[in-house]
Structures are given as structure tokens and as C-alpha cells.
Design a binder for this molecule. Structure first.
Ligand code: S3P
Length: 171
């Protein structure tokens, strides 16, 4: 399907770049976290706190499965943990062109500092948490994506332009 899917770590800029890109390309924009949160009628951090991470991960897979049926021609920004499940990787790839927005640990730390909305980064030792999760996930993101766009030192507008250029041959 001809969607453009943005994956990457928390703070990589998936939602912001995705919205800009969708506007530029006159495509619909969807964000899996926003969709899950609105369908559940509660914030992601409350889903984690009340029902646990596994419950949230099942909601993610179930949403991707529904998107196979009803989503085309959209820019889709997905939660940072989405590609960790093998089944989700297959579902993401079948939705369209997958773009990995990558960022260094330092860049991510600068962007997520003080953010209370992300349950996996709450509490002490933010740097250790980001380091460990990045180590666990970088290879997975690369395995899933058709294209990687580095975001370090680039404005969101520049990132959006590069995504547009790099994905034209896939669309
Ligand atoms: C998560 C990333 C979040 C959200 C949830 C879990 C993760 O989305 O889905 O807090 O596992 O990396 P963003 O990447 O949009 O912050």
C-alpha cells in the first residue's frame, strides 16, 4: 500500500516531520499513539499505568492490522516501540515505504528531557534508559526501514525535505 511510515526512537521527530510532510504532499496524517489514545479515551501513560505495557503492545498490533484494511495514501507516524515485534515489522512493511528517522543519544536526550508523557523514560537515569533502549532497537529500526534519514543537527523542515526526496522512488 502506498503509505509513508515513519519509525524511530522517541524524540526522533516522527510526529512533527510527519505532519509537515503530509501537508506538503497533501496526504492524510495519522499517528498511532494519537489514534490509540483517542480510541481508548486516555493518555498513553495511563494505558501503561492501568493495564501494563503488554496490553498497549497488543493495541498497537491490532491497530496495524486494521490499517491493512482501511489505510492508503497516508503519512503514518508510529510509536517508537512498534517495530520491536516481528509481526509489527511485517505489518509496517506491507503498509508502504518505511522511513527510519535516526538520532544520536545526545540529540534524543536534548529532545525528551523533562517530558512526562513517555512512560518508558520516566523516573531516574534518563541517559542510561535511552542508551539501553537505543542499543536494543537501532538494528531493529534498520531492519524494518527501506530508508534511513539522520536527524542530528537538522531542522524538522530539512528532515521533511530529505524524507520527501529519498522516498520518491518508492511511492
Ligand atoms: C514508546 C514510544 C512512544 C509511545 C509509548 C512507547 C516506545 O511513542 O508509543 O510511550 O516504546 O518507544 P513516541 O515514539 O511517539 O514517543
Amino acid at each position: 500500500m502506498n503509505n509513508l511510515i515513519l519509525i524511530g526512537f522517541m524524540g526522533a521527530g516522527k510526529t512533527t516531520a510527519g505532519k509537515l510532510l503530509a501537508r506538503e504532499k497533501k496526504m492524510r496524517f495519522l499517528d498511532t499513539d494519537e489514534r490509540i489514545s483517542s480510541e481508548q479515551g486516555r493518555e498513553i501513560r495511563d494505558i501503561f499505568a492501568e493495564d501494563g505495557e503488554a496490553y498497549f503492545r497488543n493495541l498497537e498490533t491490532e491497530l496495524l492490522e486494521r490499517m491493512q484494511e482501511d489505510t492508503a495514501g497516508a503519512v503514518i507516524s508510529v510509536g517508537g516501540g512498534m517495530p520491536v515485534r516481528k509481526r509489527n515489522r511485517e505489518l509496517l512493511q506491507s503498509l508502504g515505504c518505511v522511513v527510519y528517522l535516526s538520532a544520536s543519544k545526545q540529540t534524543i536526550l536534548g529532545r525528551v528531557q523533562g517530558d512526562k508523557s513517555r512512560p518508558l523514560l520516566s523516573g531516574d537515569n534518563l541517559e542510561k534508559k535511552v542508551e539501553q533502549l537505543l542499543k536494543d532497537r537501532e538494528a531493529i529500526y534498520r531492519l524494518t526501514a527501506h530508508v534511513e534519514v539522520r536527524t542530528d543537527g537538522r531542522s524538522i523542515h530539512q528532515v521533511m525535505k530529505i524524507i520527501d526526496q529519498e522516498t520518491r522512488k518508492y511511492m
